[in-house]
Design a protein around this ligand. Structure first.
Ligand code: PMP
Length: 393
């Protein structure tokens, strides 16, 4: 069958593909970017769902507005105000079917074929996949431990990027959190150039060490600053509920694009979440997740220190769900992945996080495995890394 030209530019999600292999029960998988299922607030959602169906069933099962359920948008607006002092009124918030849909809508509204999209290197593979469908060219800015390399960023913006997409707090895959100076300097550079800044922040609330950082949007209150958020990592990804915050001029077009895409996000899940948020303490729930993720992260960091060869550089993130590891430049993470599967342990090879074919990094997820499984899995992975780096050892 003849496919559209745009499909030639896009790859299937590497992670969704390897998840098929890693679902075998004998495999300890650090591959999926999954929150801990042991900590989903199942009882709270069960009560919220029952209450919604009993008290507002007909409205919950009906079509509704594209913009989203107002109490949910108001909750998001209030949270920006109380946490960061940010004034983002509810009518500048569009509820989306996960923040992944936010990426798609922003791209539809703002990007033409041949436009340049600037991303971090490495960058979120779901964004690379999404933008690829629009026939854009990518340029990249290297990610340092404090955020994007600012000299490179200035150059790339001057070269005329249409849009800069970044995940400033606990990036996927690198888990880097930009420091305050980098946030302020990035805002200054953006203000002096013409690029739109698409700030993606699904992990910002998952900080378990160090100091909380405001979104870059706090320093760039401009119609080109677009901020996305998600309930996936702080409540449940199965809900598929996220949002885009944008000024009215752009919001108008995002709403049009969403109408064409799916009319609106599920009325039922929006109302269930709104009820859950009204009847439960989200901060207390996030605190439970943070504590558990810190224990899992500590376990992974310790096991890596004990079992990985010295040539592998591993990050020590202050939050989020991932550790990022780098192999010597001539070692392919895809080749190590094949060996790891043979040893019943899995990770995500770094290649899909780069647009230039770089292949010596890999991502480990710690949120979705118990400390016991983490200790055993890292031990296995340490063995195969030693084998891969010094064959025959
Ligand atoms: N952005 C980033 C950086 C992510 O890691 C993810 C989830 N993997 C998403 C967006 C999409 O999340 P969701 O659609 O579940 O909100």
């Amino acid at each position: 069958m003849r496919l559209s030209r745009r499909m030639a530019n896009v790859h299937r999600s590497y992670i969704r593909e390897i998840l098929k292999v890693t679902q075998r029960p004998e495999i300890i998988s650090f591959a999926g970017g999954l929150p801990s299922p042991d900590h989903f607030p199942v009882a709270g959602f069960s009560d919220a769902a029952a209450a919604v169906l009993a008290e507002e069933g007909p409205q919950a099962l009906q079509y509704s507005t594209t913009e989203g359920f107002l109490p949910l948008r108001q909750f998001i607006s209030d949270r920006y105000k109380t946490k960061w002092g940010l004034d983002i009124p509810a009518d500048e918030i569009l509820v989306t079917t996960g923040s992944q849909q936010g990426l798609d809508l922003v791209a539809k509204v703002l990007l033409d074929e041949g436009d340049t999209v600037l991303i971090e290197r490495p960058g979120y593979l779901g964004a690379i996949q999404c933008f690829s469908l629009f026939g854009v060219n990518f340029s990249t800015v290297d990610l340092t431990p404090s955020g994007p390399d600012l000299e490179q960023l200035a150059l790339r913006l001057e070269e005329g990027a249409r849009l800069f997409y970044a995940v400033p707090t606990f990036q996927n895959p690198a888990s880097t959190a930009w420091d305050l100076t980098t946030r302020q300097e990035t805002a200054r550079l953006l203000a002096a150039n013409h690029a739109v800044f698409l700030e993606d922040n699904p992990y910002g609330e998952l900080r378990f060490m160090g100091q909380d950082m405001p979104p870059v949007r706090a320093y760039l209150d401009d119609e080109r600053a677009v901020l996305m958020g998600s309930f996936s990592k702080i409540a449940s990804p199965g809900l598929r509920l996220g949002w885009v915050a944008a000024k009215p001029g752009l919001m108008h077009h995002l709403v049009t694009a969403k109408q064409a895409s799916d009319l609106h996000t599920s009325t039922l899940t929006q109302r269930i979440l709104a009820r859950f948020l009204a009847d439960n303490d989200l901060d207390a729930h996030i605190e439970v997740i943070r504590r558990e993720y810190k224990a899992r992260r500590d376990c992974m960091v310790d096991a890596i220190r004990e079992h990985f060869p010295a040539e592998v550089q591993a990050s020590s993130p202050e939050g989020g769900m991932f550790l990022w590891c780098e192999l010597p430049a001539d070692v392919s993470s895809v080749a190590v992945f094949d060996k790891a599967i043979a040893c019943n342990v899995a990770f995500v090879p770094g290649k899909p996080f780069y647009v230039d074919g770089t292949d010596n990094g890999f991502r480990l997820n710690f949120s979705n495995s118990t400390p016991e499984r983490i200790a055993e899995g890292i031990k296995r992975l340490g063995r195969c890394l030693k084998e891969a780096l010094v064959p025959g050892r």
